[in-house]
Design a protein around this ligand. Structure first.
Ligand code: ZN
Length: 342
């Protein structure tokens, strides 16, 4: 296996995009990701790194966080937490490392690029794993960060604060998506059990979509019962796991700009979208729809779209939507398995 050559990013924000997406949008098993991110950021740029060279930093960081917040694993105790508990008593580093190596390594490297129900696109990955030689081959995407001290420090700090947020949420038995760490303070962004009634969106969006699923074009029936396959679901185009980010950028996740009507199968069927972002063509379709709503002078949805996005006009709408989609653009987008006629 040869190291992969990739072109450098044009600006620093782009270089951070993949790592940021992994760190910010990982779900609640991201403990390992945070620790691995940290271990990688302690390295200098190079074409490859042995598993064994990352090991100590990785386990040290995990142990540090486990000591201050034992709720790192949703499933509770496992052989690693037991090894940590023993290490606390006997300080036997070698034994701890042995357990860590047996239990966690491969999974961590394999799952690193997964985000929610999706994964980072091939061209944006940070490393490739070679099990045979027990090495990671680092891509230029990662090396662009490792060569730049300022970038390294930025993403290191973001990684730690996101980890802190998640820990704080676990301690309080909350979903990590409801908290954000801002200027040293934890801010709960949940609207106190606010239950937003989104069903009304069906009445408005259904005719625009000619009664068809936004993704697969399946014909739906507005008067059918919830259990039927042609029941129209209200789907969040950018999923709920992005709520914090979206709200920080001044938009409302439940806003009509982000809602589409989809069939049950696409929304929550066996091959459904769930927490994955949809392919870029669907983003373009949504952008076009929202522009249509706002360009029509008297369209009933004009103000709802603008206000829920936190923008004033169509120009701002386009750049805001592009900004909101940016983090998902490097993920492999979801698309339906079956397409019906438009
Ligand atoms: Zn569908």
């Amino acid at each position: 296996m040869k190291p992969i050559v990739r072109s450098y990013y044009n600006n620093s924000d782009d270089a951070l995009l993949a790592l940021r997406t992994i760190v910010l949008f990982g779900n609640n098993v991201s403990t390992y990701k945070f620790a691995l991110t940290n271990a990688l950021l302690n390295r200098n740029s190079s074409s490859e790194v042995k598993f064994s060279e990352l090991r100590d930093d990785f386990v040290k960081e995990l142990y540090f966080h486990y000591s201050k917040c034992p709720d790192q694993w949703v499933a509770g105790k496992n052989s690693l937490t037991e090894a940590f508990d023993r290490y606390k008593l006997d300080s036997d580093w070698e034994t701890l490392i042995n357990v860590a190596e047996r239990n966690i390594y491969n999974n961590v490297f394999d799952a690193f690029h997964n985000v929610g129900g999706s994964t980072i696109q091939e061209k944006d990955i940070l490393f490739e794993k070679d099990s045979k030689s027990k090495k990671l081959f680092l891509t230029d995407n990662l090396n662009a960060i490792l060569e730049n001290h300022a970038l390294k420090e930025i993403i290191k700090a973001e990684n730690q604060s996101r980890w802190n947020v998640v820990e704080e949420a676990w301690k309080n038995k909350l979903s990590p998506n409801l908290l954000e760490y801002i200027d040293g303070d934890f801010i709960s962004i949940s609207k106190e059990n606010e239950r937003v009634n989104l069903r009304s969106a069906v009445t408005i969006l259904f005719p625009y979509q000619k009664g068809k699923c936004f993704y697969c074009n399946k014909q739906m029936n507005q008067n059918t019962s919830k259990v039927e396959d042609d029941f129209p679901d209200v789907d969040h185009f950018l999923p709920h796991s992005y709520a914090t980010r979206i709200e920080l950028l001044g938009a409302n996740i439940n806003g009509v700009w982000n809602l589409v009507i989809s069939c049950k199968e696409c929304n929550r069927g066996s091959q459904g979208k769930f927490n994955a972002p949809a392919e870029k063509t669907y983003f373009e379709k949504l952008l076009k729809r929202n522009l249509f709503f706002t360009e029509e002078h008297k369209h009933s949805l004009k103000n709802s779209v603008l206000i829920s996005l936190g923008v004033k006009n169509t120009f701002e709408l386009t750049s805001k939507m592009n900004l909101l989609y940016k983090n998902t653009e490097i993920l492999v987008g979801w698309k339906p398995k079956t397409l019906y006629d438009e």
